[in-house]
Ligand binder design. Structure first.
Ligand code: FAQ
Length: 319
C-alpha cells in the first residue's frame, strides 16, 4: 500500500505518526508506510520461524526423557512452541503476508530464524538450560514487545510471554533438581551452562552500533529497547539465579559494577554470531533439512485441509 488513490499520503502519514506518538496501536486496516509493513513482516516471520525451528533441539529429547513426568512436561513445552509459531504466522497474515510463502522463504534460506537453535542438545541438562537461559532471554526480549506498536503482534506476545515464563520456570526447576542430585548430574548442568551462555547473549542480536534496524524500529516503537539494553537486563537478572542454582557462568570478566549499577561482562565473539546467522553454525544444515522434510511430509495434510475447505465452501454456496 503506498497511499490514497490520489497519491497524497501526507495526511495518512500524519495520522500514522500521531498514532505512534500517542502510544496507540496500528491495526491491520490502518494505513502504514511500506517500510513499517516490511519491517513488521520481517520481524514477525523470523520470530515465527524461530518458534517452529526451536521445537527441534528440545524435541530430540522427548523419546529419551528420564521419566514419564519429564516427558509429559517436555511434550507440552514443545507443543507450546508450535502454538507460538501459529499465533505469529497469523499476525503476519494480518499484514498481507501469506503463511505458505513465508515458509517457502525460510526453506529457501531467504528469511532468518534465531541463531540459538543452531546449537546441539548433548544431554538432558540442555533441556533445563534451554528453559532457563533461552526462554529467559526470549522473555527479556519479548515482554517489551507486548507494547509494540503493531496491535496483532503485541497481543500475540502477551500470551506467548505467559507461556514462556512457565517454560523458564520448568527449566530452572529441572536444573535445581539436577543440582541437588549426584556429582555427575551437577557436571552435566555446568557443561550445558558453559555451552549455552554465550549463544544466549547473542540471541539479542548484534551490538547497537552494528544493528542496522534498531534506530528505525525504535522510532516506530516496534522495538522498545535496544539489543544491548536487553542483553544487559538479561545478564543482571540471570547472575543471581545462577548463584541460587550453584552454577558458574563461563565468563571470568563477569562482575558487579556498583558505579554503573549493572554487571560488567566479557567481550562477545561477534564473528560466531555472524557465522551462525549466515548458515555455518554447528546444526544449521541439520535444522533446515529437518524443517524441509517435515514440510514435505506434511504436504498431504495441507492438501486434505484445502480440499475439505473447498468442499465445505462448495456446500455452503449450493445451500
Ligand atoms: N539470530 O538490526 P538487527 C524463542 C539478524 S524465539 C538470527 O539488530 P532487529 C522462543 C536480524 O534479523 C527467538 N538473526 O535486527 C523459544 C537482522 O537481519 P535482517 C526469536 C539475527 O530485527 C524458546 C540482522 O541480524 N525471537 O527463543 C539475530 O532490529 C525456546 C541485523 O540485526 C525473536 O525473533 C539472531 N540472534 O533485531 C522457542 C524476537 N539477531 O532481517 C523454542 C523478536 C539479529 O535485516 C525454545 N525479534 N539477527 O536480514 C526481535 O526482537 C528482533 O528481530 C531481534 C533483532 C532483536 C532478534
Amino acid at each position: 500500500m503506498t497511499g490514497t488513490p490520489q497519491g497524497d499520503t501526507l495526511p495518512l502519514e500524519r495520522d500514522f505518526e500521531a498514532t505512534i506518538g500517542h502510544d496507540q496501536r496500528i491495526e491491520p486496516r490502518d494505513w502504514m508506510p511500506d517500510g513499517y509493513r516490511r519491517t513488521m513482516v520481517r520481524q514477525i516471520a523470523q520470530h515465527a520461524h524461530s518458534e517452529i525451528i526451536g521445537m527441534q533441539p528440545e524435541g530430540e529429547w522427548i523419546t529419551r526423557a528420564p521419566s514419564l513426568r519429564r516427558k509429559a512436561i517436555l511434550l507440552a513445552k514443545v507443543q507450546d512452541e508450535a502454538g507460538h509459531g501459529l499465533y505469529l504466522y497469523s499476525a503476519a497474515e494480518t499484514l498481507g503476508a501469506d503463511r505458505g510463502e513465508l515458509t517457502e522463504m525460510l526453506i529457501e534460506g531467504r528469511q532468518k530464524y534465531s541463531s540459538i537453535f543452531n546449537y546441539p542438545t548433548l544431554s538432558f541438562a540442555d533441556v533445563g538450560v534451554i528453559g532457563w537461559l533461552v526462554d529467559g532471554a526470549a522473555i527479556c526480549n519479548q515482554v517489551p514487545l507486548c507494547r509494540s506498536s503493531y496491535g496483532p503482534y503485541a497481543r500475540a506476545m502477551i500470551r506467548i510471554c505467559k507461556e514462556e515464563s512457565f517454560h523458564q520456570r520448568q527449566g530452572f526447576e529441572l536444573l535445581l533438581t539436577m543440582m541437588r542430585g549426584t556429582p555427575a548430574q551437577r557436571e552435566m548442568v555446568q557443561d550445558a551452562v558453559n555451552r549455552w551462555w554465550w549463544p544466549s547473549l547473542m540471541m539479542f542480536g548484534p551490538p547497537d552500533d552494528a544493528s542496522p534496524n534498531t534506530e528505525r524500529s525504535m522510532a516506530w516503537k516496534i522495538k522498545r529497547h535496544t539489543n544491548d539494553e536487553l542483553r544487559q537486563r538479561f545478564v543482571d537478572i540471570t547472575v543471581p539465579q545462577a548463584e541460587v542454582l550453584g552454577v558458574t557462568l563461563p565468563d571470568p570478566d563477569l562482575r558487579w559494577n556498583a558505579e554503573r549499577g549493572h554487571h560488567d561482562f566479557g567481550p562477545i565473539d561477534w564473528s560466531e554470531l555472524k557465522r551462525v546467522i549466515s548458515g555455518d553454525g554447528p546444526c544449521n544444515a541439520a535444522r533446515m533439512a529437518r524443517r524441509r522434510s517435515a514440510h514435505e511430509d506434511g504436504a498431504w495434510v495441507r492438501e486434505a485441509a484445502a480440499a475439505h475447505a473447498a468442499r465445505k465452501t462448495g456446500r455452503e454456496v449450493a445451500a
